[in-house]
Design a protein around this ligand. Sequence first.
Ligand code: XUL
Length: 485
Amino acid sequence: MAGGADSCFLGFDFSTQQLKVIAVDGNLEVIVQSSVQFDSELPEFRTRGGVHIHDDKLTVTSPALMFVKALDVLLEKMRNAGFDFSRVKAISGSGQQHGSVFWRKGARQTLNHLDPQKHLHLQLQECFALQDCPVWMDSSTSDQCQFLEAAVGGAQRLADITGSRAYERFTGSQIAKIYRSKPEEFSETERISLISSFASSLFLGDYAPIDFSDGSGMNLMDIFERRWSQVCLDAAAPQLAERLGDLTPSAAVLGCVSLYYTERFGFAPSCKVVAFTGDNPGSLAGMRLQEGDLAVSLGTSDTVFLWIRDPRPSTEGHIFCNPVDCGAYMALICFKNGSFPRERIRDECAGGSWERFSAALRSTPMGNHGNLGMYFDVMEITPPAAGVHRFNAEGQRVSWFEQDVEIRALLEGQFLAKRVHAEKLGYKILAGTRVLATGGASSNKDILQLWRQKQEHRSPRRSETLQNLSWPSDPHQELKRFTRR
Ligand code: XUL
């Protein structure tokens, strides 16, 4: 890696519940980490889990200015902790996928002339045509999805172009909804960024292009040609191409940090801004995933993703451009009910303590005596289902489990679903498949241990891989026990 012994690189993650930063040195060793939690550290925005769930329960947004203020707070925290910004050779990062920021006319001018004496959030407060950004948890755009699929010739045809059938949270349908429901705000909009390109714009002091990988999560980009698909743009809103700007490779150097950062924080004028991308593509790059590996991300959402060469888009799951290799792709399945049900059940069954949650996992056997559950606190993406469904060993629906059984049922159900849906898409999980875990819950050894226990139970030979998922001998059969009723 380039740079002298003293140089370092900053990576930011604008995620659902927090803004996080890590600094790594030239050997990729983490030297500094810091974060700003939206709910607790920026209470003035009144978010829960970083979002506002609107009265219809389907619309989910986050305040644009909250992200900006979080950056002000985070950079100040680093400065107060004595971080030497002049050592930073380059900045990049990621953002929650699909979310969009609507910049008001004139915002580019403001970005170009940021005053280093003032906080960003004070200067940018008038810069958003929409105060509230639609985010990935939104599922209010079913009508727009139907319209988009019909306009291009059906769900499969849309998947063949953009890598996915129309999904409610994807940016194309979100933009179409804003165009129809808030025409004035839409006509006031000069640029639409993804959360990732919005973040790089803040550092660049100018509008940053959307990168190919995160752009694949919009239902607007032809993932094979790597350019906007005119038929999709036309179905979403008029004159969209100019509002979206250019697309760029995910590892492109976009320029240097703006004067704001050199003067206010002491960044070197030569510090590069590398395109930001979506959080899942960012994880694929950061985990240095190889072909044949499978990654499981356990965050606010849970995702399963893998590196593929020969994409075959279907009406379930997504294909995104690969952020690392321009000739490759990544396949992804997203589950909305990730950390929220894990935290809810920790609160209800383990007194809010991860320690007790872990102890429950250690005290219950693999397979949970045949008890299994599916916990869709909010409308799930894969499959589109809601509610809590518990089944006992006889396959009978039951209304409750003992606390320890409930905890294991949740986790076994979540991971069974991951495997079943990945296999349904044709991805093979073989005995030697490396399964890499990332995201908040991956630091819980007992959650990871749960999978390893299963592996050891099945085969006495210890696995050499980092983590090996193992499952009942026929997971499909197991899941059918629940889904057939
Ligand atoms: C992926 C998705 C989520 C968000 C969460 O398609 O919607 O994983 O990226 O940040």
